[in-house]
Design a protein. Structure first.
Length: 228
């Protein structure tokens, strides 16, 4: 566990509810065991473009960004009002500069944005293929010249890891942490040509760390605009 993890987790302690430490322990566990935040922060480090985090949950990425001295303006959206409330309260307790959270449903509309885009563990929870495709297209169109789409997703490749990923995602919905069940996981042979059609150079990395999940990190970059 990194030294800053406990400081981040403490932002999720509500002084008005001293016995409720659920989000504190969730943040500690997630930061310590999930390699997601290391990969995303590495992809964002040293960049100046604003960041849109689609499906931001309780906002852990924003805390990790500031702990890593990544100062890009950040907007997180999620359709779960409970999580947005938690994220905004933790933002205030953590005094995070240039960080905002908004309630929004990625399945229907995204806020206006042009910069870097994070789409982390979201696509598989949309209710059908058409809405998954629409979300990917909307996210791609919000990537600025020189910007990056950072995607973390499980892949539907028939592997044992894929089966474990789907099971845990379904259990997360059953337990109430996720408000939707997974429907379909994208495939590599679908994602690669999509990015190519839009002129994005994509790098695909297995990103399961020490977990049993079939998670991949995709960094798709739009070439910078040429100077006249």
């Amino acid at each position: 566990m990194k030294p800053g993890h406990r400081a981040i987790a403490r932002a999720f302690l509500d002084p008005a509810r001293p016995l409720d430490r659920h989000h504190y322990y969730y943040a500690l566990s997630k930061l310590a065991t999930d390699p997601l935040y290391d990969g995303v922060c590495d992809a964002l480090r040293g960049r100046q473009l604003p960041v849109l985090d689609i499906g931001c949950g309780i906002g852990l990425l924003a805390h990790r960004m500031r702990a890593e001295d990544i100062g890009s303006a950040y907007l997180g959206t999620d359709f779960d009002a409970r999580k947005i409330d938690q994220a905004d309260a933790a933002r205030q307790r953590g005094a995070l500069p240039e960080v905002r959270f908004e309630l929004g449903d990625a399945a229907s509309a995204l806020p206006e944005h042009l910069g870097d885009v994070c789409l982390l563990d979201v696509v598989q929870f949309l209710p059908d293929t058409a809405r998954q495709d629409a979300l990917l297209e909307a996210a791609i169109h919000r990537v600025a010249p020189g910007g990056r789409l950072i995607l973390r997703t499980g892949l539907g490749d028939g592997s044992a890891r894929a089966g474990i990923t789907a099971l845990v995602d379904r259990l997360s919905a059953l337990w109430g942490w996720m408000r939707a069940r997974p429907t379909r996981y994208p495939r590599l042979d679908e994602l690669k040509p999509r990015f190519e059609r839009h002129g994005l150079r994509a790098e695909f990395r297995p990103w399961h760390g020490n977990t049993p999940f079939n998670n991949w990190l995709v960094i798709a970059e739009r070439p910078a605009a040429r100077r006249a």
